[in-house]
Ligand binder design. Structure first.
Ligand SMILES: CC(C)=CCC/C(C)=C/CC/C(C)=C/C=C/C(C)=C/C=C/C=C(C)/C=C/C=C(C)/C=C/C=C(C)/C=C/CC(C)(C)O
Ligand SMILES: C[S@@+](CC[C@H](N)C(=O)[O-])C[C@H]1O[C@@H](n2cnc3c(N)ncnc32)[C@H](O)[C@@H]1O
Length: 391
């Protein structure tokens, strides 16, 4: 953290690697329970004893799911790659029909459909047919999610050796996929280097924009600057939600080019301005009364995050608003999303980490913001949201 900063929450403080404190009564009870469960004799007894058997079965299932999660993910990947959900979306089909449409051997189609049915992605229907399952139905008409699943092939390869990742392995697939994170002069990236990640972000942006715009009314503002705004998907959605809002986007030059084309195609060229540059080196455009950072801060380690927030603060007038949206650590009910998924994703990418709202709040105050407030979104798993006021 920069010298003289007032952000006192050290990275990870209160999250298991801060200073140790005395064990509470609850800690001692948990230690006792863990010692019991760690004993094979106890486990064997508890799996048979009627009162403890249901808990033992639930724990065994939870542990099995952790062992096998990578297989489940690949069943989903096969369904996405073979467009199985699109196929089933116009009505249940026999396995032979699915085999013919996906170019799979008939027995392989049955194997895939049975696995998908067991995972809630498909469901057995009458007459030996298969329809969408409750989770497969949520994949239909969701190209952003399908794109996420497809790009996981890169992450999956990086996770082959998780210990090497933790020990600082470089040259990962995700580092190549997101070349701004580790590649040196980000502003020099060319069109080819930004295409894959920009397209993925554009495809998945509608999911995020719906959450953010459902939780925060932009109509009270005059001009929105979206920093690291990608291809402009968030600005297009913001422009539709707030028809009088002026729109400004800042991103790396090669991404800004893509945004310009997209905003023009959306008929927003008279309301929108696009600027290209490096937000860690160049001044941001001024004149906006609200700045958004959508899925940007978690890409940065502490120094970069603070430098970025300070640049945003300089671009805002006193009283201006910052809107910060990204998946956050410690989100109740979605803890594995922040800590496990994004923790390891950003590790493989080579920079950044997910933060709790308290950690983000501390960085914001250090950068000259006040009134830092977490806001409720309808699906916190997709994105957390915070606002702050330029002090
Ligand atoms: C109709 C009747 C009678 C009953 C219906 C019952 C009912 C109410 C059912 C509910 C149906 C419903 C509304 C389902 C909704 C499902 C939803 C909203 C599912 C959403 C799932 C979202 C997922 C799985 C999101 C995944 C996101 C991922 C993997 C994001 C990855 C992001 C990355 C890699 C970002 C990278 C950027 C970087 C580099 C970190 O900065
Ligand atoms: C994870 S993407 C998020 C894009 C968009 N906000 C969204 O949610 O779809 C991060 C964005 O920050 C941009 N970016 C990264 N480093 C940058 C830098 N130093 N200066 C300007 N933009 C940068 C990237 O080009 C990319 O568009």
């Amino acid at each position: 953290m920069a010298a003289g900063s007032t952000a006192q929450a050290a990275p990870g403080e209160g999250r298991g690697f801060g200073p140790a404190s005395g064990a509470s009564l609850l800690d001692r009870v948990r230690d006792w329970r863990d010692r019991m469960v760690a004993d094979p004799m106890f486990r064997s007894w508890a799996a048979r004893f009627p009162l403890t058997r249901p808990v033992a079965r639930r724990r065994a299932r939870a542990l099995f799911d952790l062992c096998a999660g990578f297989v489940y993910s690949q069943v989903l990947a096969a369904c996405v790659r073979l467009r199985v959900f699109d196929l089933l979306s116009d009505g249940p089909k026999t396995s032979q029909a699915v085999a013919a449409r996906t170019d799979l051997p008939p027995e392989a189609a049955v194997r895939l459909l049975e696995a998908a049915a067991a995972l809630g992605l498909a469901a057995r229907r009458s007459g030996g047919r298969y329809g969408l399952g409750p989770l497969g139905a949520a994949m239909v008409g969701n190209p952003g999610l399908a794109a996420m699943v497809e790009h996981h092939a890169v992450f999956y390869a990086d996770l082959r050796d998780p210990v090497a990742l933790l020990r600082g392995a470089t040259g990962t697939g995700l580092a190549r996929y997101w070349p701004y994170a580790t590649g040196g002069a980000a502003a020099g990236l060319g069109p080819l280097e930004v295409t894959a990640y920009s397209a993925l972000m554009a495809a998945s942006q509608p999911l995020v924009a719906e959450e953010v715009l459902g939780a925060y009314d932009l109509r009270r503002h005059r001009c929105l600057l979206d920093v690291g705004g990608g291809e402009g998907g968030f600005l297009c959605a913001a422009g539709a939600a707030a028809p009088d809002l002026r729109l400004v986007l800042f991103d790396l030059p090669a991404v800004a080019e893509r945004a310009r084309a997209r905003l023009d195609a959306a008929g927003l060229s008279s309301r929108a301005t696009v600027a290209g540059g490096d937000f860690l080196a160049d001044a941001l455009p001024t004149g906006a009364d609200i700045v958004s950072l959508v899925r940007v801060l978690h890409d940065h380690d502490e120094d970069g995050a603070l430098a970025l927030l300070r640049a945003v603060r300089r671009a805002l007038p006193p009283g201006g608003t910052l809107l910060l949206a990204e998946p956050m650590s410690g989100t109740p009910g979605a803890e594995p999303v922040g800590e496990a998924y994004f923790g390891f994703y950003l590790l493989a990418m080579g920079r950044g980490r997910p933060r709790t709202p308290a950690e983000i709040g501390a960085l914001l105050r250090a950068a000259g913001f006040a009134d830092t407030r977490p806001r409720r979104t309808s699906t916190p798993l997709l994105t957390g949201l915070m606002t702050a006021r330029a002090a």
